[in-house]
Design a protein around this ligand. Structure first.
Ligand code: NAD
Length: 254
């Protein structure tokens, strides 16, 4: 956290990006900062990376919270609002996956189901609820008032790292539509559903990389910046809500 007393005075719109010290979340944070947002970075554990990135982005701060824990979710939104006094954009990017062969039903234990559901579905839903009042206030002063959920193509098509993972992302897509219907017209809620994205998480997914390079119309996996660009496009709209934007380089067409 850096100089909280200076933040409220900036007059910038404020965006909170969960899981933003690496991968897709960090790329989204960079784009938002470039566009002039004050960015609240967040992660579960990488506090040093978070502080360093906040320093680099300039108008940014870092908050730690374990989103599998309800008390931490409450603290995250409370701390964010205490820091900046406003919230205009919430990007629910933090998520967990894990590889389990779909045919190995026993390996997808109830414990794994619960932990994935807690972080990938319940946490984003609860963060929206906790941020609702601030997002409505954003709408009231002509701010963006947007939620973007980062789901996955695995939540749209029957594939992905594991059946529980794919099911949580399908649930997040449906939560996106339900919340869009419930929170409009003040708050827009959309999702970006990436296919393969080159992040540390997928560095050794050689099979998926070969698939994207040979089969997808775009002939490559996404860079984190491609996903950030899709997020910015949804933010820029004044009208699109309840949409799940598949960002898979067209692999779904093959
Ligand atoms: P990543 O591992 O680099 O980032 C995940 C982030 O989530 C990290 O910052 C981590 O701190 C945070 N996180 C995980 N569990 C948490 C918890 N309990 N509490 C707080 N934070 C927690 O991975 P990434 O590839 O950048 O993934 C970002 C999002 O994109 C995820 O929701 C993921 O499911 C989704 N996604 C990724 C890909 C891909 O190919 N990389 C594809 C489709 C969707």
């Amino acid at each position: 956290m850096t100089h909280p007393h200076t933040h409220a005075a900036t007059g910038r719109e404020v965006a909170l990006v969960t899981g933003s010290t690496s991968g897709i979340g960090a790329a989204i944070a960079h784009r938002l900062a470039d566009e002039g947002y004050f960015v609240i970075l967040h992660s579960r554990g990488s506090t040093e990376d978070g502080a360093a990135l906040a320093e680099k982005l300039g108008h940014a701060a870092y908050l730690q919270a374990d989103l599998s824990c309800e008390a931490d979710r409450l603290r995250l939104i409370a701390d964010a609002l205490a820091l900046t006094g406003r919230l205009d954009v919430l990007v629910n990017n933090a998520g967990i996956s894990g590889l389990i062969p779909h045919g190995d039903l026993a390996a997808a234990s109830p414990e794994i189901w619960r932990s994935l559901y807690e972080v990938n579905v319940i946490a984003p839903f609860q963060l929206v609820g906790l941020a609702e009042e601030a997002l409505r206030a954003s709408a009231g002063r002509g701010g963006r008032a947007c939620v973007i959920n980062i789901s996955s193509h695995a939540g749209v098509r029957p594939k992905g790292g594991s059946i529980p993972y794919a099911a949580t992302k399908a649930a997040l897509n449906h939560v996106t539509r339900l919340l869009a219907r419930t929170l409009g017209p003040e708050i827009r809620v959309n999702a970006v559903a990436p296919g393969l994205v080159d992040t540390p998480l997928t560095a050794d997914w050689t099979e998926a990389q070969a698939l994207w390079q040979t089969q997808s119309p775009m002939r490559r996996g996404a860079r984190p910046e491609d996903i950030a660009q899709a997020v910015m496009a949804l933010l820029a709209s004044d009208y699109i809500t309840g949409e799940v934007l598949l960002s898979d380089g067209g692999l779904n067409l093959t």
